[in-house]
Every structure is written in structure tokens, then in C-alpha cells.
Write a protein that binds this ligand. Structure first.
Ligand code: NAD
Length: 343
């Protein structure tokens, strides 16, 4: 057999539990012989400590420009240094305009929604909307924020949603919006998604007002397939959706731009448990699986995913957040070794 060519991926180990969950994912990828070659790089707390004001050193920017792929563990946002977020810097620097959040039931994870067949993808616009952060005080007693929506930005995220639907054999894209009230901004977004959708006759387009979508996510989440939305609506609803399938601790997301893609766990650096081998590496491993699929390495991803599902459903080796007193809590690395053994 021919050994597959390894893809170069920048690995940012991050802060808090970051180095622990990164070591776990490296172990599993190595055991699965996943065709990835890591280039370690620094961002976040270690960069701030070294005096890099943005939290992203020039060497890291260069490495990402070269590899164009990043697996990133959580980065701490420093409080009190002007509050710049290295995460936001990375997303903006590489214009990662699409945030992709798969929401799917995981074998072995029981929730009030188990068994309903939840399997959706939330596609969130990642750089526009209120999160451009353009705010000012009109008077000492009146604050104003600018909601920025462009046809170009809306068309890009819409195309990302339809392309994803096609690639994954999904049949429907729902534009989620608040165009009934915000007729210009949310209206432009909705109309642009519909216009882009006209070019994808194989995929059904429909739309839903964001509050109705929140309701639908709770009463009939299995009916949602691909949902595309503006930045703030997506921020809120994607966390809600993650809660349906076991919570933020298991969820991963991809940040996609035209020149680079970055994969990460949804959770933060968990400073309260850092350095003690308590962290669950599942979310970061899911980010790694999204990376493999993005690279077209679907077989390697499926193999690791099956080993993860087996480990979770056996329920013998689980980190404390999932063991919940039913079995003795295993360490981060013991869990990773169990997944590797199940490959
Ligand atoms: P958090 O997600 O780090 O922690 C919330 C709770 O969940 C904590 O009790 C933590 O112990 C637990 N938890 C999180 N991940 C876990 C895991 N893998 N295994 C077991 N338990 C886990 O949220 P926070 O405390 O609000 O944020 C801490 C830091 O992380 C902050 O500096 C924040 O800015 C940063 N953050 C970074 C990202 C990112 O890099 N994308 C995302 C969110 C928060």
C-alpha cells in the first residue's frame, strides 16, 4: 500500500486545558495513522505573556499562511489588558466568514432529546452584523451599536451553506432571520439567501423567523437540516442546539475563510480544571474529525469517530464530566488511550 501524503496542519495548543486535550488528540491521530503533520504554533495566553499585544505572534501568522489549516485548542481572553481576544484576531486576520457547527446525537450520550435523530448543521456568518463591534455613546445616557449586513457577506455565507448541503447530501437550507422587524438588515440577508438558493435547484430553500426557530429547536429539532443565519442569531442558537445533544463540552466548530480554515472545540480553556488531567478531549477530537473531513480524509475520520462512539457507549472509561459518579473518572490520557485501543 502507498502511504498517504500527510497534510500540514498548524496546531495551537492554547491555554488552560488546551495542552492536555491537544496531547490526547495527537495520541489518537497517531494511533489511527491519520495523514496529518503538525506544525506547533503559539497564540493566546503564552503570546500575551511574551508581550505580543494581539495574542497572535507573526511566526504563527506565517505558519497559518503557509499551511492554511489550523487545529486550535481554547485560548484564554485576558481580562484587563484592553481585553483583546486572540480568537477574534485570528478569525479577522484570515477573514474566516463561516462558522460551521454540526449538531448530531452522539452514541453513548443520553439527553432528554436522545433517539429523535437530531442531525443538523448551523451555518453562522462570522464577521459582520453587530459583532463588527461598532458602538458609541450618542449621549452619556444612550448607547448605539451598528448592525452591518452586506449583500456580499450574505451571499458568501449562503453559498457556504448550500455547498455544505450538497457535499453532505442534505436536502434543505433554512434561512433564519428577523426580517419581519429588521426589514433592511435581516431582510437583505433573507433575500440574498433566497437568491443564492435559486442557483441550487436540487436543494429546498425555506425560511424561519429566529424566535420561531428557537421554539422549533426545542419542540422538533429533528426537522432542521441546514440552518443559515446572521452572526448574533447564530451565536445564540448554535449554543442552544449544542445543548440538545449533550452540551458545549462535546461540540466543535469550523471557521472557514477563502484562504484558511480553523477547527476548534466550542468550550473554553477551563482554567478551573487545567493541569490536572480531568478535561474531556471529546470536543477537541470532534474538531479534529471536522478537519479530517475538510481534508477529504473521510475514512480516517469515520474510523476515529467509530472508536469514540464505542468508547462513549461502553461507558467504562470516561472523564469526570461524563462519568458522573457512575464509574470512576478516568484521566484525559486514559480516555484517549481507550479510544485509541478501540480503533
Ligand atoms: P469554559 O468552557 O472554559 O468552562 C466552563 C465550564 O465547563 C468549566 O467548569 C469547565 O471546567 C468546564 N469545561 C469546559 N471544557 C471542558 C472539558 N473539555 N472537559 C471538562 N470540563 C470542561 O468557559 P469559561 O470558564 O467561561 O472560559 C474560560 C476561558 O476560556 C476564558 O478566558 C474565555 O475567554 C476562554 N474561551 C475561549 C474559547 C475559545 O478559544 N474558542 C471559547 C470560550 C471561552
Amino acid at each position: 500500500t502507498v502511504k498517504p501524503v500527510a497534510h500540514e496542519v498548524v496546531l495551537i495548543e492554547g491555554d488552560g486545558i488546551g495542552p492536555e486535550i491537544a496531547a490526547a488528540v495527537r495520541l489518537i491521530f497517531e494511533a489511527a495513522a491519520a495523514p496529518v503533520r503538525w506544525t506547533p504554533a503559539i497564540a493566546g495566553g503564552r503570546a500575551f505573556a511574551a508581550g505580543v499585544a494581539t495574542g497572535v505572534p507573526a511566526e504563527t501568522v506565517d505558519a497559518i499562511e503557509r499551511a492554511r489549516l489550523v487545529l486550535k485548542a481554547p485560548l484564554e481572553t485576558p481580562v484587563g489588558h484592553g481585553g483583546k481576544s486572540a480568537n477574534v484576531t485570528l478569525r479577522k486576520l484570515f477573514e474566516m466568514y463561516a462558522n460551521i457547527r454540526p449538531v448530531k446525537e452522539l452514541a453513548g450520550i443520553t439527553t432528554p432529546f436522545s433517539g429523535r435523530g437530531i442531525d443538523m448543521v448551523i451555518v453562522r456568518e462570522n464577521v459582520e452584523d453587530l459583532y463588527a463591534g461598532i458602538e458609541h455613546m450618542q449621549t452619556p445616557d444612550t448607547a448605539q451599536a451598528l448592525k452591518l449586513i452586506t449583500r456580499r457577506g450574505s451571499a458568501k455565507i449562503a453559498r457556504a451553506a448550500y455547498e455544505l448541503a450538497r457535499r453532505e447530501g442534505r436536502s434543505r437550507v433554512t434561512a433564519v432571520h428577523k426580517a419581519n422587524i429588521l426589514k433592511l438588515t435581516e431582510g437583505l440577508f433573507k433575500r440574498t439567501v433566497e437568491a443564492v438558493g435559486a442557483g441550487y435547484p436540487d436543494i429546498t430553500t425555506d425560511h424561519m423567523i429566529v424566535d420561531a426557530c428557537a421554539h422549533k429547536l426545542v419542540v422538533a429539532p429533528e426537522q432542521i437540516d441546514v440552518a443559515v443565519m446572521t452572526n448574533m442569531n447564530g451565536d445564540i442558537l448554535s449554543d442552544l442546539a449544542a445543548g440538545l445533544v449533550g452540551g458545549l463540552g462535546l461540540a466543535a466548530s469550523a471557521n472557514i475563510g477563502d484562504h484558511a480554515a480553523m477547527f476548534e472545540a466550542v468550550h473554553g480553556s477551563a482554567p478551573d480544571i487545567a493541569g490536572r488531567g480531568l478535561a474531556n478531549p471529546t470536543a477537541f477530537l470532534q474538531a479534529g474529525l471536522m478537519l479530517l473531513r475538510h481534508l477529504g480524509e473521510a475514512r480516517a475520520a469515520a474510523r476515529i469517530e467509530a472508536a469514540l462512539a464505542l468508547t462513549l457507549s461502553e461507558g467504562r472509561v470516561l472523564t469526570g464530566d461524563l462519568a458522573r459518579g457512575k464509574v470512576e473518572a478516568a484521566s484525559t490520557m486514559a480516555f484517549a488511550e481507550a479510544v485509541a485501543a478501540n480503533l
